[in-house]
Design a protein around this ligand. Structure first.
Ligand code: PFF
Length: 460
């Protein structure tokens, strides 16, 4: 990519693509069920604090590292004069592959649901548990989705992603707003809103904090270099600090709205918010059914189609990680690198696919020391890759920025396209967070969770 490194055409193009990476299944599928499992509003508040206090400064730093180095994640540290830090980028590539291995399967469910909605099969929601065990069907949609991702990435990303994101993100937002308004009119809506918005801090515990942290990094596509890679396609005219604000607001805003949409639906149907990974898949078809056969089919299929597109703009950025690594580092041709990556991602995804009830072994894959119930393979990969390694990647980025690259150089890059940057409040905010908040908080949570969750050592 280096020689013909393409650029986003303007700030809006970059923001749309980066927000497209950020906004995905994480906001509309994962966020609501994490909120449901984490006790509602308590989770929401911790998540929001993490997004603004920790994630925004790290987001801006990742973009700056990418733009300065003009390289993708694994290669970005070398041109900045710190080749040893490349290990952080390589870890990010590994993480991206792991995340994509299960993300792609959920995207396959979305594609399958799109077809079921088109056919007017609203009962699919009640049959979610059996649907995801249908390996032939789920496997087929998963492969279809992977091929779509592979195709776009093999074409070179800029035009495809930028165009698609600019068009689809606003439509997705519009449909969520319409569904949220509809949700508010339903019986039981106020109970849902209460669960979502009225804080109950008695629900706060280490696990909620751990999951909220993982969710904030996952949701903003941070800690694995995806934003570095996108930053490397950003022109020097653009103001990174303000682009970062828009990306964060778009991401958090859509997740927040998704919660406002889903909890009234959940309560209006007499379901429980702890529905787990199936929450939207179980709830939404029933809601579309209440809209009547024609409108239900139109809105239902549109909803899952747009969700599939939101997922696609995220899978593209995940796939770009191993592909750019193979191209930059091992000089493999882009087209080949894309297919190699797709093969590895598909194979790694098989245990996640089987772990939804089809194979007992992968369904009850591991019981953490001291935990009551085993988790399935997909949850295990989520815990390792997204809840643990992403915040760890963020920790490394903050340490790198302050102690290796140094604040002056970071600020110099952030001033490109924004000459007054050092005089702004944001510059002080970013510097303070990177130095005094990110390393201690991320470091402490990382150590405690690894010891407690994976090794059963009781600390708190
Ligand atoms: N941010 C995406 C989502 O919320 O669905 C997931 C994701 C994409 C995570 C890209 C990490 C990444 F690099």
């Amino acid at each position: 990519m280096a020689a013909d490194r393409s650029k986003f055409s303007n700030k809006f193009g970059f923001i749309a693509a980066a927000a497209g990476s950020a906004v995905g299944l994480g906001n509309i599928w994962k966020f609501p069920f994490e909120v449901g499992n984490g006790g509602g509003s308590a989770f929401l508040i911790v998540y929001l604090v993490f997004c603004f206090v920790l994630c925004y400064p790290i987001l801006v730093t990742e973009i700056a590292i990418g733009r300065k180095s003009q390289k993708s994640a694994a290669m970005a540290f070398k041109p900045l004069g710190h080749p040893r830090w490349s290990i952080v980028g390589i870890l990010g590539v590994f993480c991206g592959v792991l995340i994509l291995s299960f993300y792609n399967i959920v995207a396959g469910w979305v594609l399958g649901y799109f077809v079921e909605m088109l056919l007017g099969n609203f009962d699919i929601g009640k049959n979610f548990g059996t649907y995801i065990q249908d390996i032939a069907e789920v496997g087929g949609y998963t492969i279809a989705f992977l091929i779509a991702t592979t195709y776009i990435v093999s074409m070179g990303v800029t035009k495809g992603i930028e165009k698609a994101s600019k068009l689809l993100m606003p439509v997705l937002l519009a449909i969520i707003i319409i569904l949220t308004i509809y949700a508010f009119t339903l019986d039981g809506a106020s109970e849902g809103i209460h669960f979502y918005l009225v804080p109950d801090f008695s629900k706060l515990n280490l696990n909620v904090i751990y999951r909220a942290l993982g969710q904030s990094f996952f949701s903003l596509s941070l800690g694995l270099g995806a934003m570095m890679t996108y930053g490397s396609y950003l022109s020097s005219k653009e103001n990174i600090a303000s682009a970062g604000v828009y990306i964060t607001l778009a991401d958090v805003g859509i997740a927040f709205l998704a919660g406002l949409m889903i909890f009234p639906f959940v309560f209006s149907q007499g379901l429980t918010p702890e529905g787990g990974a199936g929450l939207i898949f179980i709830t939404m078809p029933g809601i579309f059914e209440t809209m009547g056969p024609t409108l239900g089919v139109v809105i239902g299929s549109l909803f899952f189609l747009l969700l599939a597109f939101a997922a696609l703009t995220s899978t593209i950025s995940l796939m770009e990680l191993p592909v750019a690594y193979m191209v930059d580092k091992h000089k493999i041709k882009r087209k080949k690198a894309v297919w190699y990556s797709a093969g590895i991602i598909f194979l790694l995804g098989i245990p996640s696919m089987l772990g939804n009830g089809y194979s007992e072994y992968f369904t009850s894959f591991i019981t953490y020391v001291g935990a009551e119930k085993p988790v399935n393979f997909m949850d295990f990969v989520t815990d390792v890759a997204s809840n643990t390694l992403l915040p760890f990647g963020g920790l490394m980025v903050s340490i790198f920025a302050i102690y290796a690259w140094k604040r002056q150089k970071l600020f110099k890059e952030l001033s490109v396209g924004n000459p007054n940057f050092t005089k702004t409040f944001l510059s002080r905010y970013i510097a303070f967070s990177l130095k005094y908040i990110c390393p201690p908080i991320l470091g402490i949570i990382f150590i405690i969770t690894v010891l407690e969750i994976f090794f059963g050592v009781k600390i708190l």
